[in-house]
Design a protein around this ligand. Structure first.
Ligand SMILES: Cc1cc2nc3c(=O)[nH]c(=O)nc-3n(C[C@H](O)[C@H](O)[C@H](O)COP(=O)(O)O)c2cc1C
Length: 304
């Protein structure tokens, strides 16, 4: 009997649907026992979000400052799993606070230690640098990242910004104004995600995850968009400055969060289109670097 633990956190239910779909083939197999564990915080985040809560979560999200989590059951804590599937969403280019809180907790470290991990990302589209941070968190707990599946909104970047704002602040995953596409990962992609579960199941049966990621990639588990990597890296540098600045300004925090909100608006709607044009112009000169980046960010290893 193989024991698999599925760890996740989801506000809207999107990530829950994704991990349910991926693990469906494992559930069907009588030689596999699947346990689901939802991370719960002592003080939960609101959904739908208020503007204050959404921007208020920025400094701690980006700086990976954990919150207190409710302890997992002793049954989960004391069991050794053959595989852990870790579903996470990205908040401010970083694994979300609930996930970081779990991974930094003594419970989390104990559960994942010496265990193969497949990460499953359910994000808007900017997850690449978050996964680099995830690789570090897993290495620190001596867990082995053996696979990664990134499920994202495939629409044009700016369209997905508009539609996710509508979704996060209304709680409704509906077509904004009746004309925009539905936000989030498409329903058909979520349904088809069972194909990843089939691959994971084969490797689990053979107790060998060496080629898992390679095989997942043949089924388009990870799409890399070079422009988003460039934006992600640039935004990480700016977020580092903003978050360390705001965290120190405890008396004026609400004021500086409003200024950060304004900065974010300008960055998305004015700076990023300029960066995009520059990216297109310089693209022909960076083809080999782009290829190298693509292979690296599709993989599960951390660069030195
Ligand atoms: C505070 C906050 C920040 C977010 N930042 C990002 C981000 O940097 N990159 C990204 O691709 N998605 C981002 N998202 C979208 C989430 O990764 C995720 O897709 C969405 O919240 C739905 O997840 P759920 O399953 O928890 O409902 C953000 C969402 C929230 C609430």
């Amino acid at each position: 009997m193989k024991n698999v633990l599925v760890i996740y956190y989801s506000q809207s239910g999107q990530l829950e649907n994704i991990v349910q779909s991926i693990t469906h083939p494992l559930l069907e197999d009588e030689d596999v026992s699947v346990t689901y564990y939802t991370i719960e915080l002592e003080k939960s985040f609101p959904f739908p979000w208020t503007k204050e809560a959404f921007f208020g979560a920025f400094p701690e999200s980006f700086l990976q400052i954990p919150s207190k989590i409710i302890a997992p059951s002793p049954e989960i804590l004391n069991k050794k799993y053959d595989l852990i599937i870790l579903g996470y969403q990205v908040w401010y280019l970083t694994p979300s606070i609930p996930i970081v809180s779990f991974l930094k907790s003594t419970f989390g470290k104990q559960i994942i230690k010496n265990t193969p991990i497949v990460t499953v990302i359910g994000a808007r589209n900017m997850w690449v640098m978050a996964q680099e941070k995830m690789k570090i968190l897993l290495i620190k707990s001596e867990a082995q990242l053996v696979g990664n599946i990134a499920m994202v909104d495939r629409h044009i970047n700016h369209i997905s910004v508009i539609t996710i704002v509508h979704w996060m602040f209304s709680g409704k995953q509906t077509k904004y104004l009746g004309v925009f596409p539905k936000p989030g990962v498409s329903e058909s992609e979520i349904i088809n995600a069972t194909k990843f579960g089939d691959i994971i199941l084969n490797h689990l049966r053979n107790n060998n995850f060496e080629w898992l990621q390679k095989e997942l990639l043949t089924k388009n588990a990870v799409e890399i968009r070079p422009f988003l990597i460039e934006m992600d890296k640039k935004a990480n540098k700016m977020f580092q400055k903003w978050s360390t600045f705001i965290i120190k300004k405890s008396n004026y925090r609400p004021f500086w969060l409003k200024i950060f909100n304004l900065y974010l608006f300008i960055a998305i709607w004015l700076i990023s289109p300029i960066v995009y044009i520059l990216h297109l112009i310089s693209f022909p000169f960076k083809i080999s670097k782009t290829k190298k980046d693509k292979t690296y960010y599709q993989g599960v290893f951390l660069e030195d």
